[in-house]
Design a protein around this ligand. Structure first.
Ligand code: TYM
Length: 333
């Protein structure tokens, strides 16, 4: 048995990846990989995407894009298996058992569910409601200790722990209780056009988000247009959410602290600051984009990565499902 701590996380291939996804999650996965005390599993959460209507053709493209971006960002599949959620049937199997241990009341309190009901009022399906149960299954199957995510997933981690505790109490110790790993800076990157709402690929205004595959020109343009305030000081504070958001982005990609950034731009205006942020983001993304382009012309390799990932993931996940089935009283096949 490995003594290493387990990590599990995932991203939905529901559209192009944003700088928010990268800074809030993917980038930290790459950093955690350099610490030898962890053994990580990274999942492309394709099952989750169909809670919102997807066009099959787009889903296929987005899935391969996201896989290439995981690799381009620096996830090493030899260290950390990368797999598609739909290639590991145990996710759906455990999800059923867990859904019989989850209350309607707790699911109806999920803010993401409430948000999505507003955004997709014509398609409030049962999957949207039970989404957190599937996410709990994703995590608990791998007995994960740590789940690196952005701030918006915190509530889903809490319900995962509640479900795990409830199951453990009812059927004896079965699941590890996972901890969220939420970065201090960058866990909530906000829209560049509205710093009160999170940067999201579903934003109808494309100036609100930066995509990992945006051209340098587009990145510069979007950052130059980012909403700030009528002042000119690069610092945090009341009414300065727009500047603070740009500072978080700058901090995340350069490793400078917020205090260091305030000192560096003391007496300089927003123009200088925005140019520096844009340049830092362009330089951070340049090697990722180059690697991505290389990988997309090597389909065989991509296939090999996800097949190998699914093999390893299936082994671990099936073990947990067998244990759970045994505990609830199903006859062993
Ligand atoms: P998803 O696909 O919406 O987002 C993927 C990751 O990106 C983070 N994130 C952000 N971080 C900072 N600022 C932002 N503006 C921003 N937008 C997104 C998210 O917090 C997330 O970490 N339900 C999950 C996917 C999932 C999962 C899992 C995650 C399915 N199963 C198991 C962890 C463990 C989701 O929809 O993330």
């Amino acid at each position: 048995m490995s003594e290493k701590k387990r990590i599990l996380s995932g991203i939905q291939p529901s559209g192009a990846l944003t700088l928010g996804n990268y800074v809030g999650a993917l980038r930290n996965w790459v950093e955690l990989q350099t610490e030898d005390e962890y053994e990580a599993f990274y999942m492309l959460a394709d099952l989750h995407t169909i809670t919102v209507r997807q066009e099959a053709k787009n889903l296929r493209k987005n899935s391969m894009d996201l896989l290439a971006l995981f690799l381009a960002a620096g996830i090493d599949p030899e260290k950390s298996p990368i797999f598609f959620q739909s290639h590991v049937p145990a996710h759906v199997e455990l999800s059923w058992v867990l859904s019989c241990n989850t209350y309607m009341g707790e699911l109806s309190r999920m803010t993401q569910f409430k948000d999505k009901c507003q955004k997709h009022a014509d398609n409030i399906n049962a999957g949207l409601f039970t989404y957190p149960v599937l996410m709990a299954a994703d995590i608990l199957l791998y007995q994960a200790d740590l789940v690196p995510v952005g701030h918006d997933q915190k509530q889903h981690l809490e319900i995962t722990r509640d479900i795990a505790k409830r199951f453990n109490n009812a059927y004896s110790e079965t699941f590890k209780l996972p901890e969220p790993y939420i970065p201090k800076v960058g866990a909530r990157i906000m829209s560049l056009q509205d710093p009160t709402s999170k940067m999201s690929k579903s934003d109808p205004n494309e100036n609100g988000y930066i995509l990992l595959l945006d051209t340098p020109d587009a990145i510069v343009r979007k950052i130059k247009r980012a909403v700030t305030d009528s002042g000119s000081d690069v610092r945090r504070g009341e009414g300065k959410e727009g500047v603070e958001n740009l500072m978080s982005i700058f901090s995340a990609v350069t490793g400078k602290t917020m205090d260091e950034i305030e000192a560096e731009f003391d007496g300089k205006g927003y123009g200088d600051f925005k140019s520096a942020v844009a340049e830092a983001v362009v330089e951070e993304l340049r090697p990722i984009q180059e690697k991505y382009n290389e990988l997309m012309s090597n389909r065989d390799y991509l296939q090999q990565v996800y097949r190998q990932g699914a093999q390893i993931a299936n082994r671990v996940a099936m073990k947990t499902v067998s244990k759970v089935y045994r505990k609830v009283g199903f006859i062993q096949p």
